[in-house]
Design a protein around this ligand. Structure first.
Ligand SMILES: Nc1ncnc2c1ncn2[C@@H]1O[C@H](COP(=O)(O)OP(=O)(O)OP(=O)(O)O)[C@@H](O)[C@H]1O
Ligand SMILES: [Mg+2]
Length: 250
């Protein structure tokens, strides 16, 4: 089992949205997914993850593959993870709260990958400044830029504000398909329900949801590579076929 813990010590950073989005990405790959709610709303009626789960259970697509585990104490986190492993869960995604207490620290400790989402430079700076306070070895730490809804320059500033930490190349766009997951459930299912032809009403909404779903799948693949220690890097220098051809001749 691979474990991802979402970390952001500022509220409204996009942890819950990212947890649900990556769950959809892994479900679409046929994986068995455990979502652990280790946030302030775990066990509450108002829990967004509970509402989201109810929507997923209503549709046929992935309901057998998903399990929600709600944890309020350190023991519940440890037992929940051990139970998920025993039940054959492939990927465990842990949503946390902005305040980092014992259960959240345990969730960070057990992570194979820590993903820190940030909607803007403020969140990214706040997170990067406090990583050392909570994490001993930030080698498996990845920042995640959410939503270039403020424009590309802001997304670039957010990336930069993570400082020397690794940042995933794939970004989560700002999209209805992501913000409304609590109401719509699985993103792939949501896109399927909107599907229509270009001359039919609602086509723009369908295309936007489809684009968001494509971005989520790209992110999911990048995260899978990160489990194996691979990182997407910019390719430097001449990448043309002619260049490689010349090299081969030489
Ligand atoms: N990619 C996105 N597209 C659209 N809206 C988004 C996106 N990411 C986050 N949001 C919106 O930003 C707000 C905060 O996101 P989210 O609830 O995921 O953050 P959080 O870190 O879990 O916050 P909290 O501290 O409340 O737990 C939500 O209202 C959500 O709808
Ligand atoms: Mg949340």
């Amino acid at each position: 089992m691979q474990t991802i813990t979402f970390f952001a010590n500022k509220g409204g950073s996009g942890r819950t949205v990212s947890t649900m989005a990556l769950a959809s990405g892994f479900l679409a790959q046929g994986k068995r997914v455990g979502v652990m709610d280790c946030s302030d709303l775990a066990g509450c009626e108002a829990s967004p993850l509970r509402a989201w789960l109810q929507q997923i259970l209503r549709c046929e697509l992935h309901r057998q593959q998903l399990k929600l585990i709600e944890c309020e104490t350190r023991e519940e986190v440890e037992d929940g993870a051990a139970g998920a492993q025993a039940q054959g869960i492939d990927v465990l995604l842990i949503d946390t709260s902005a305040r980092t207490y014992e259960p959240q620290l345990v969730a960070l400790d057990m992570a194979d990958l820590i993903i820190a989402p940030a909607i803007g430079p403020l969140e990214a700076k706040h997170i990067s400044d406090s990583v050392a306070k909570y994490l001993d070895t930030p080698k498996q730490f990845y920042g995640l830029v959410i939503g270039s809804h403020n424009g590309l320059p802001i997304a670039a500033k957010t990336r930069k504000a993570f400082g020397f930490h690794h940042v995933l190349k794939s970004e989560l766009p700002w999209a209805e398909a992501l913000s409304e997951q609590m109401l719509n459930g699985d993103i792939e299912q949501f896109v399927a329900t909107l599907a229509c032809k270009p001359d039919e009403p609602g086509f723009a909404r369908f295309r936007a949801a489809q684009a968001a779903w494509n971005a989520v799948q790209r992110l999911t693949f990048e995260v899978e590579w990160a489990f194996d220690g691979y990182r997407l890097e910019e390719l430097d220098g001449d990448q043309s076929i002619a260049h490689f051809g010349r090299k081969a001749v030489a």
